[in-house]
Design a protein around this ligand. Structure first.
Ligand SMILES: NC(=O)c1ccc[n+]([C@@H]2O[C@H](COP(=O)([O-])OP(=O)(O)OC[C@H]3O[C@@H](n4cnc5c(N)ncnc54)[C@H](O)[C@@H]3O)[C@@H](O)[C@H]2O)c1
Length: 461
């Protein structure tokens, strides 16, 4: 099948590369010529495990191409998959300008029937807006019907011709996780398709047929339910995290250990262990913005989402929990203090630093006069891109070097390589052996037994 992916970021690149791997003929479009240049010269502009190989193999096989040429891209795919960003607007609602721009670009140049797929995370009602934008562009061109794959010409579904629409809009939200995106895309728990016409559903079934061999994964539903499903999933996961974080703070007050509590409740099959870890807050490109956007949707429909308001509030506070522990230990004024920071990406397996807790921690330390030496296995380049060169930030080449002469080690991201460190090295390189562990990587008693002062989350009374 010929597929065009509009937007070559985390979702677009992974979707495009994985669909090419299945034998489809894929063109990935982006407005960012820098990204397309990198891709066309054999590079990959983001870090995602396994992605580089899938891209290379499929480019070499001639099944995957990258371009900034809108007309060429729109002409290419029967399926036009929109995977552009939907960042938060000033009021927290999803900014749809990129989605609508992509829709208009399709409407401006399409000359035959297209299935336009909203893969970006978009609020309920967006498919209708996309439909209107495409239709407006067709109207401007005076186009009343287009060739349909079923033969004949498709119109608006109502008029003459085959009775098929001139184009279809489908909601097909993406549930992949950065850091495991290739696996998630290839082995999805479910594929949600929101559609209201049979031709589009048939084409989506065809495109996703290779994913169906083992068992039925496709869930076809109405468009609004599909759009809401994506937000509901992220909101639920964020809720579990904030619930555990709030409970962790209570555990500290009452002298309990949140790790015992986690195991105690996770063993209940109705609860389960996933997404039940206390820590220093969630970040990333999805949870924060999606929780906010769903609240705005609630407001728009006169239904304030009280649970989600609390989820956001708890998370915002939790991102500062390490700073509170640090100032409790070293005082509000941190002038002259120096900290080693392990982990900059918002979670392991990615270089994505959008809304990362590390940023709140570093900026809070700087605001109090401290300096930082930071290390992350893959996000150093991204950190330089965000913060550049500054006197209060040093970039370490490895985790050990970051420790040198620091007053304490602060762990923000739970990368695997941080999980079994040489504690002797930590002790010898730090000025004093103090660890603030934002991800509860270690057992407090074992670390304390080594003569290291340890501050975890929800496990100190
Ligand atoms: N990152 C994730 O883990 C993830 C997971 C599921 C869903 N999503 C959703 O998928 C969408 C994309 O997220 P992302 O993380 O891939 O974003 P991203 O910022 O990494 O990539 C978006 C890309 O779209 C490009 N773009 C913008 N306007 C364009 C246009 N008119 N034509 C062509 N390209 C255009 C940008 O230049 C950018 O490269 C968002 O709605 C996000 O919420 C993201």
């Amino acid at each position: 099948m010929k597929i065009t992916v509009i937007g070559s970021g985390y979702v677009g690149l992974v979707s495009g590369a994985c669909l090419a791997e299945l034998g489809n003929d894929v063109v990935c479009l982006d407005v960012d010529s820098r990204k397309i240049d990198i891709l066309n010269s054999g590079g990959v502009p983001i870090f995602e495990p396994g992605l580089e190989d899938v891209i290379k193999n499929n480019v070499a096989a001639g099944r995957l191409r990258f371009t900034t040429d809108v007309a060429e891209s729109v002409a290419h795919g029967l399926v036009q998959m929109i995977a552009v960003g939907t960042p938060p607007d000033e009021d927290g609602s999803a900014d749809l300008q990129y989605v609508i721009a992509a829709a208009r670009a399709i409407g401006r140049t399409m000359t035959e029937y297209k299935v336009i797929v909203d893969k970006s995370t978009v609020p309920v009602g967006t498919a209708e807006k996309v439909k209107m934008a495409v239709q407006e562009e067709l109207d401007k061109r005076g186009i009343t019907s287009l060739p349909s794959p079923a033969g004949g010409r498709g119109t608006g579904g109502e008029g003459p011709g085959t009775g098929q629409p001139a184009f279809s809009v489908v909601s097909n939200p993406e549930f992949l996780k950065e850091g495991a995106a290739i696996d998630d895309f290839n082995r999805p728990d479910r594929i949600v398709v929101g559609a209201d016409d049979e031709q589009a559903i048939k084409i989506m079934r065809e495109m996703y047929a290779p994913f169906q061999r083992n068992h039925e994964r496709l869930m076809v539903m109405d468009i609004r339910s599909a759009e809401l499903t994506k937000y509901a999933a992220n909101a639920m996961l964020a809720t579990r995290i904030s619930f555990m974080n709030e409970l962790a703070n209570l555990a500290e007050r009452v002298g309990a250990d949140i790790e015992h509590v986690r195991k105690g409740i996770g063993s209940d099959q109705r609860i389960g262990y996933h997404f039940l870890y206390a820590g220093c807050g969630y970040g990333g490109s999805c949870f924060p913005k999606d929780v906010r956007a769903l609240q705005r949707t609630g407001e728009e429909y006169g239904l304030p989402m009280k649970v989600l308001a609390a989820v956001e509030l708890v998370n915002d506070a939790q991102k500062s929990v390490l700073l509170q522990k640090i100032t409790r230990r070293f005082g509000e004024d941190l002038k002259g203090k120096h900290f080693a920071l392990w982990g900059l990406s918002f979670k392991p397996g990615t270089d994505d630093m959008r809304e990362a807790s590390s940023r709140v921690v570093m900026e809070g330390l700087w605001a109090r006069g401290a300096t930082v030496t930071a290390y992350d296995p893959v996000a150093m380049k991204e950190t330089r891109h965000i913060y550049g060169e500054r006197a209060d930030l040093r970039y370490a080449d490895n985790s050990k070097d970051a420790l040198q002469d620091a007053d304490a080690l602060v762990i923000v991201t739970e990368w695997k390589i941080f999980k079994s460190p040489d504690f002797n090295v930590i002790k010898s390189r730090l000025k004093q052996p103090v660890i603030f562990d934002g991800r509860n990587l270690f057992e407090p008693a074992s670390v304390a037994a080594l003569g290291i002062e340890y501050h975890g989350i929800g496990r100190e009374s």
